[in-house]
Design a protein around this ligand. Structure first.
Ligand code: HSE
Length: 442
């Protein structure tokens, strides 16, 4: 049978990795897919670099539209990234009847609904395993392997850059800025690192997983997003003393009681004994809790040329296997049939239920703790643990001050906001209160 012909848009790190993996493993891939898969055309503005990567025998062009217009091309891989020209080209490829493979989480998080609807109408597939957690086949697991389950929640370390930063800060006591530069030099960070450190990249990925887990449209615009830029060394240290690690988690949770879904990205205290708390460096991990299977954990490299290529090429195999199948009998883009998507809303952050770590810099005098615990009690917030430590960072000024660290049990975020406003107004509270959410993940 004639090999499947693939056109590649954008041959950077992941594109080069995909070309190499497909070339190196072509025989295995042909045996799996039932026919050969070949990248026969590459579009990149830097045609010289593209030619250097692919060698002779592959058509190299500067104009991506030449790939889309080529009737020989069956599948277009989009590795340009971003929401701009990538969106136009993906929509044009779909309109031209091409199947699409993309690693573009930002594009699917923001325009997924439009893209999947267009693909559905045209009867083509849009495959995106590489968009979430790089080489970890989490989309496959959620869409197919776990399709018997009602998924209760997902919590994932889905941004390698921030996990690397947090790991280095904790293990080496380094500060945030220095570690970010290191992560950029190692090539983990997005072109614009604010997407990593402000939690946006993780929110893109969490939004995609949430839609697939709960059968809703992708709702990135409703996600609560908080990055790691405000984290202080003191809190990483105190968390450790209390038996916790701080991780930037993407969390999505079914909330039957509120008829909604939680979708949030923020630094989170996780018990140090949990496997996910021990995921270090740029590695990714996703925990999925299903009603039948229980808790499952998926771990691996979330970025990099060949780990991401592993997902891109697996998508090429999937598309090839199903290319002649009746479109109605393929795996739905968002796991649920398009006509069966639910309008379940994402809950505002005030309605989220979680536990908290609080750090209050207070005057070390009688009655201070009593005032604080009274306010928490008035808001029905139950205390789990209290720790009092001299404030190392405050120097001589800290002589009559102390750090008060409080862990709470689960509460409504709205209740905590009200309590925090009252505690902050106490004259004995000397600095902005630090609040970090805490999840037991059990
Ligand atoms: N910047 C991303 C990360 C790359 O750090 O995980 C993979 O999406």
């Amino acid at each position: 049978m004639k090999p499947i012909q693939v056109g590649l848009l954008g041959i950077g790190t992941v594109g080069g990795g995909s070309f190499e993996v497909l070339r190196r493993n072509q025989e295995e891939i042909r045996r799996r897919a039932g026919r050969g898969i070949e990248i026969t055309m590459v579009a990149d503005l830097d045609t010289k670099r593209a030619r250097a990567i692919v060698g002779d025998g592959v058509e190299v062009v500067a104009d991506a539209r030449a790939v889309i217009a080529n009737p020989q091309i069956d599948i277009v891989i989009e590795l340009i990234g971003g929401y701009g020209i990538a969106r136009t080209l993906v929509m044009e490829a779909i309109a031209a009847g091409k199947h699409v493979v993309t690693a573009n989480k930002a594009l699917l998080a923001v325009h997924g609904t439009e893209i999947f609807a267009a693909a559905q109408a045209k009867g083509v597939m849009v495959a995106f395993e590489a968009a979430v957690a790089g080489g970890i086949p989490i989309i496959k697991a959620l869409r197919e392997g776990l399709s018997a389950n009602r998924i209760d929640w997902i919590a994932g370390i889905i941004n390698g850059t921030t996990n690397f930063i947090l790991s280095e800060m904790r293990s080496k006591g380094l500060d945030f800025d220095g570690v970010l530069k290191q992560a950029q030099a190692l090539g983990y960070a997005e072109a614009d690192p604010t997407f990593d450190i402000e939690g946006i990249d993780a929110a893109h990925k969490a939004s995609i997983m949430s839609a697939i887990a709960f059968g809703t449209p992708v709702q990135f615009e409703r996600a609560y997003v908080e990055g790691v830029t405000q984290l202080q060394a003191a809190d990483i240290r105190y968390a450790e003393q209390l038996g916790y690690r701080i991780k930037l988690l993407g969390i999505t949770k079914r909330r039957e009681d509120a008829q909604g879904i939680e979708l949030r990205v923020h630094p989170t205290l996780v018990p140090a004994t949990r496997l996910i708390a021990n995921v270090e460096g740029a590695m990714n991990a996703v925990v999925v809790q299903g009603d039948a299977v229980g808790t499952t954990l998926y771990y691996g490299k979330g970025a990099g040329a060949e780990p991401t290529a592993s997902a891109v090429v697996a998508d090429l195999v999937d598309v090839t296997r199903l290319i002649t199948a009746d479109p109605d009998h393929r795996v739905p883009h968002l796991a649920f049939q398009p006509g069966s998507l639910a309008a379940t809303p994402i809950l505002p952050i005030e309605q989220v239920i979680t536990a908290f770590y609080l750090r209050l810099q207070v005057a070390d005098e009688a009655g201070v703790l009593a005032n604080i615990t009274r306010i928490l009690a008035e808001h029905a917030i139950s205390i789990d643990a209290v720790l009092q430590r001299p404030n190392r960072e405050a120097g001589a000024a800290g002589e009559h001050q102390t750090d008060l660290i409080i862990l709470t049990h689960d509460t409504l975020e709205g209740h905590m906001n009200d309590a925090l406003a009252k505690m902050q107004a106490l004259p004995s509270v000397l600095a902005p209160i630090v609040r970090i959410r805490k999840e037991e993940l059990s």
